[in-house]
Design a binder for this molecule. Sequence first.
Ligand SMILES: [Zn+2]
Ligand SMILES: [Zn+2]
Length: 277
Amino acid sequence: MAHTQSSTGMSLRFRGVRGSIPTAKSCNLRYGGNTTCLEVRLTDGRIIIIDAGTGIRQLGVEMESAEALSLTLLLTHFHWDHIQGIPFFTPLYAKHNRIDIYSHRPVAEAREILEGQMSAPLFPVPFENLMAVRNFHSAVEPFEVGPARVTSFPLNHPQGASGYRLDCGGHSIVHVCDHEPGNAVVDDGIRGAVEGADILVCDAQYTPAEYERRAGWGHGTWVDAVRLAKGASVKKLVLTHHDPDHNDEFVDQILALAVKEFPNTVAAAEGMLLSPD
Ligand SMILES: [Zn+2]
Ligand SMILES: [Zn+2]
C-alpha cells in the first residue's frame, strides 16, 4: 500500500480500528476487523506506530525490507486489543531493526508484560528471542522522535491508559483511546492536550444507550467524542475503537449522527489515510 509523507509534516494511516477483539465478519470489513494500530509517517521518513493490535501484522508485512528499520511504538496500554499483534509483527524478527517502545508503565514492567504474552505455553517464540533491538522507554515526560514532539497524558480506563499528542511541522494529531469520560480532572487534562489539534482520533465505542449498560468499562460514546472535539476546537474528528457488535451499517448510522453535530467527522477505517491540513 503506497504511503507518501504529507507535505504538512505527518500522515496517518489506520491499520486497525476495532475495539476489544478482532471481528473477521464480512459485514464489518468496510471499516475493518483488526484491532487498534495507527501508522504515522513523518516528512523525514520516520515511522511512529500507535498501538500494536492485530492491525500491526499487515503493516509489518508491508515493511519487510533488507534495509534496517528504526521504528517508534507508542503503547496506550496493555489490554489485549492493543498488543496482540506484537508476536506477529515481522520487523521484530530481523536483527538489523530497532524498535523503541514507549508506555506509561515503568520500563521493566512494560518489558515483563510483553514477555508474558509470548511466554510458554501461550506462544512458541519467547519475546526474549526476537532479534530486533528493543529499547523500552517511559512516555511520561514529553520526548522527540526526529522532527516530532510526543506528549502523553492520562486517560480514564481500567488499569490506566495514555493518550498521545504528536506535533510536527506546525501540525498535530491526538489519539484519545481507550477513554471513558466522567473524571473531571482527567477530562480537563485531555481537553488541554487536545486543544486546537488538526486531527483528534477518539474512542467512540458506544451509543449513549449502550453506555448505560457498560458504564465503568472504560469507553465513551460518539456524543462524548463530539463534545471533546467542539470543546477543544479541533479541526477533524475521527471516531474509532468500533464495537465488535457494530457492523458497517451501524457505524454508518453513528457517523451520520456525529456529522450532524460536528460536520468534519469521519469514522476510522482500515487503510484510511489522513493528513493534517
Ligand atoms: Zn481497547
Ligand atoms: Zn483497554
